[in-house]
Design a protein around this ligand. Structure first.
Ligand SMILES: Cc1cc2nc3c(=O)[nH]c(=O)nc-3n(C[C@H](O)[C@H](O)[C@H](O)COP(=O)(O)O)c2cc1C
Length: 317
């Protein structure tokens, strides 16, 4: 039965992090938000994730850094950013002035750098949470934390113990068993787990006999990875008792609803921002109608409500 639209509550609680709604924008696909202010009502977003920052400035990888493929985008940006202190001085004050929650994405070369950044950002203030990028495929050292249970747990625990900010762990799909890594992140105290970062891929110029990306390989995003991301959310939702944020190829209302039903409590929109920066606020406008159609009044009622065909067969005898 449909529920009346005025009864719909879009707010989401991810352990210590409260969001006004479940539609966020993904790190690396929305700049530092200021670039988007003439196009998007930023205050309405469920959360803003600026480009990942590192302790020191990084110039990133050599060109080409993006290549369009038939149903996705390959990128090897290499965490191009101005570094922690420039972010705090030039971007954080603007982000903090917005009505939307700000979740700062950080990447360290070791556990100590993650802790340095977390401590400094907590002291600077103006942000609502940290997302630990332990899953970037484009920098050596970065992805390793997310491919190993022990190092994933050490980084999450180290950050959790060093500041009071809610901690989100963003995982890579480039592993054999993502549930094992997710369990490690959950046990180490992650408030939420974000699934997924990009899938390692490449594009080839066969005439020139060279890879197209300057870094040879890069991360695949966009529609091509949605089924993989859905599978990760579904598997992890059944393995850990921590809220999940779904990421990967989300561009339509059906995409959002599929991720919620599969086990996510919120979603991040990434590559779709490149061809339609207004997609997130449009999805937000459409969401109450779909929740009403689903017969629920809260995201929590829908999240993880999927029934496996295996279980359904058993239940039906
Ligand atoms: C050009 C580009 C840059 C990205 N940079 C980052 C980044 O700095 N940090 C991060 O955690 N993820 C980064 N990502 C990954 C996205 O946040 C997201 O996890 C991924 O693209 C999957 O979502 P999508 O298919 O909706 O794009 C980047 C993605 C793209 C396309």
């Amino acid at each position: 039965m449909e529920t009346p639209a005025e009864k719909i509550d879009l707010s989401v609680q991810l352990n210590r992090l409260s969001l006004p709604n479940p539609i966020l924008v993904a790190s690396g696909t929305f700049g530092y938000a200021r670039e988007m202010e003439s196009l998007v009502d930023l205050d309405r977003l469920g959360g803003i994730l600026p480009k990942t920052i590192t302790v020191e400035p990084r110039i990133g990888n050599t060109a080409w850094r993006t290549v369009e493929t038939s149903c996705g985008l390959l990128n090897s940006i290499g965490l191009d950013n101005d570094g922690l202190e420039a972010f705090i001085a030039h971007h954080l004050p603007y982000l903090a002035s917005l009505g939307a929650p700000v979740i700062v994405s950080i990447a360290g070369r070791d556990e100590g750098e993650f802790i340095t950044m977390a401590t400094r950002l907590a002291e600077a203030g103006g942000l609502d949470a940290l997302e630990l990028n332990i899953s970037c495929p484009n920098v050596s050292g970065g992805v390793d934390f997310g491919t190993n249970e022990k190092s994933c747990a050490a980084v999450v625990r180290g950050v959790r113990e060093s500041c009071d900010l809610p901690v989100l762990a963003k995982l890579t799909p480039n592993v054999t068993d993502i549930t094992a890594i997710a369990r490690a992140a959950a046990e180490a105290g992650a408030d939420a787990i974000c699934l997924i970062n990009t899938l390692l891929g490449m594009a080839v110029d066969w005439r020139g006999r060279r890879p197209l990306l300057g870094n040879d390989m890069g991360g695949l995003s966009g529609p091509a990875i949605k089924p993989v991301a859905l599978r990760c959310v579904y598997q992890v939702a059944r393995s850990v008792d921590v809220p999940l944020i779904g990421i990967g190829g989300i561009a339509t209302l059906n995409d959002v609803m599929e991720f919620l039903v599969a086990g996510a409590s919120a979603v991040q929109i990434g590559t779709a921002n490149y061809y339609d920066p207004t997609v997130s606020t449009r999805l937000l406008d459409q969401l109450p109608g779909a929740l009403s159609e689903a017969g629920v009044t809260t995201i929590g009622e829908l999240s993880g409500s999927i029934v496996s065909n295996q279980e359904a067969v058993v239940a039906e005898g």
